[in-house]
Design a protein around this ligand. Structure first.
Ligand code: CMC
Length: 392
């Protein structure tokens, strides 16, 4: 009953109006504020793209410099928060730590919780973008038992993050331009993707007036799932399990078998029914990184390339329009950059924070905004009288 449409998985329901990101899934187009993703990935720094997503235009030199200063002033975590990490088990998944620490920011930064105050909204946005690399790197360092490395603010966002992850005290950490560029591209490619599950989670949480740190923490929790942000980890594990080119047909057969729940991880997308434009850039970046670290002949890369070739010429995948998505090559690349698989989704969360914040701001600043409240098709019992426990 009632005049609403049943749309499981929201495949045909627009939940909001947005000016941030445009996707044409049939043509394989992705634009941030009108700019093609490949041009941004090739020509901008991460903070330039972040500025674009947040404020709607690419920054002038003055705007960019001022934004960079604003961000770098907030890269440190409160020292008391540093001790928060030791409450987690050493073998905790870093995403579990991220959910906890980011949510806990609400308990530390009381001057950025009032979402009706534009200054506080701006402070929360800047703080989130500035602190995410620090928190992510600390989650990593904690898991391997190494001391935290503090941010170095004269470095670019991506180089600073890699240094916080991989440097050790009292030793120089040389910045590798090829690896830093790859990191920057990965961050830009993941920065936003319109109303995906985690972004919709952030918007829905935010629609009740919840504070931004709590909303981003909800987004991180949603992103953690293997059908969303966890797919790059799953894709790499699948490629490693396949192991060699001769085993590919066996896995392709399983993926096509209706009675087998196995899917080719890193393939298919709810919106892209063509090659994911991010996957193209990711594939190129993957080759560059593997070349730079001397893994050009990595057997896993060979499996990936061959699997892509076989799947793209297979009738099942053609008919269902299943193409490689961004996660297909990002796992191999991140591994070659030196990250363990548990960190993959953390890096996705770090980059997507910019999109989440931009989408959250857009929603909060929209005067027509109402609390998100989907309806349901009730399929339970009809009304019946209460039965006392002794009579059941
Ligand atoms: N391997 C084999 N068959 C597949 C695959 C796959 N990877 N993906 C979809 N299919 C089949 C599916 O079995 C279904 O067949 P049928 O119509 O006969 O029942 C059909 O294609 C449509 O699939 P769906 O599950 O209804 O499509 P969806 O839009 O609900 O799901 C998806 C999209 C991404 C969850 C799904 O393609 C999938 O599970 N892919 C593997 C996981 C993955 O790579 N996820 C990363 C997504 S990109 C990163 C992000 O944006 O978060």
């Amino acid at each position: 009953t009632g005049c609403f449409t049943y749309d499981p998985g929201f495949t045909s329901t627009a939940s909001c109006e947005s000016k941030i990101t445009y996707i044409d899934g049939d043509k394989g187009v992705l634009l941030y504020r009108g700019y093609p993703i490949d041009q941004l990935a090739e020509n901008t720094t991460f903070l330039e793209t972040a500025y674009l997503l947040l404020y709607g235009e690419l920054p002038t030199k003055e705007q960019y410099d001022a934004f960079t200063v604003r961000i770098t002033r907030h890269t440190m975590l409160h020292e008391q928060m540093n001790r928060f990490f030791s409450g987690f088990r050493r073998d905790a998944h870093p995403m579990a730590i991220m959910v906890g620490i980011v949510g806990a920011l609400s308990a530390f930064y009381h001057d950025s919780l009032n979402i009706r105050d534009p200054w506080q909204r701006e402070m929360a946005s800047i703080r989130m973008i500035a602190k995410m690399p620090t928190i992510a790197a600390m989650a990593y360092k904690y898991s391997i038992g190494q001391p935290f490395i503090y941010p170095k603010n004269d470095l670019d966002y991506s180089a600073n993050f890699m240094r916080m992850c991989f440097a050790v005290p009292c030793e120089d950490y040389p910045i590798d331009p090829v690896l830093t560029r790859a990191m920057r591209r990965i961050f830009i490619l993941h920065a936003d993707h319109e109303q995906n599950a985690s972004t919709s989670t952030v918007r829905l949480a935010g629609s009740s007036g919840a504070n931004p740190f709590a909303c981003i923490s909800a987004g991180i929790a949603c992103l953690w799932g293997p059908a969303h942000g966890g797919a790059n980890e799953a894709a790499l594990m699948m490629l490693e399990e396949i192991g060699s080119v001769d085993r590919i047909p066996e896995y392709v057969k399983r993926a096509k078998d209706k009675d087998d729940p196995f899917r080719l991880m890193g393939f298919g997308h709810r919106v892209y029914k063509n090659y994911d434009p991010r996957a193209k850039i990711m594939q190129k970046t993957c080759h560059e990184v593997l070349g730079a670290v001397g893994l050009k002949d990595d057997p896993i890369l060979k499996v990936a390339m061959e699997l892509e070739k076989i799947a793209l010429s297979d009738e099942y995948f053609i008919e269902k329009k299943l193409y490689p998505n961004i996660d297909f090559y990002s796992g191999i690349t991140l591994k070659a950059l030196g990250f363990p698989t548990e960190m993959f989704t953390v890096l996705f969360a770090l980059a997507r924070t910019v999109g989440w914040i931009a989408q959250w701001k857009e929603m909060v600043e929209d005067p027509s905004q109402r609390i998100g409240r989907p309806r349901q098709l009730y399929t339970g019992a009809t009304e019946r009288p209460f039965v006392p426990m002794g009579d059941r």
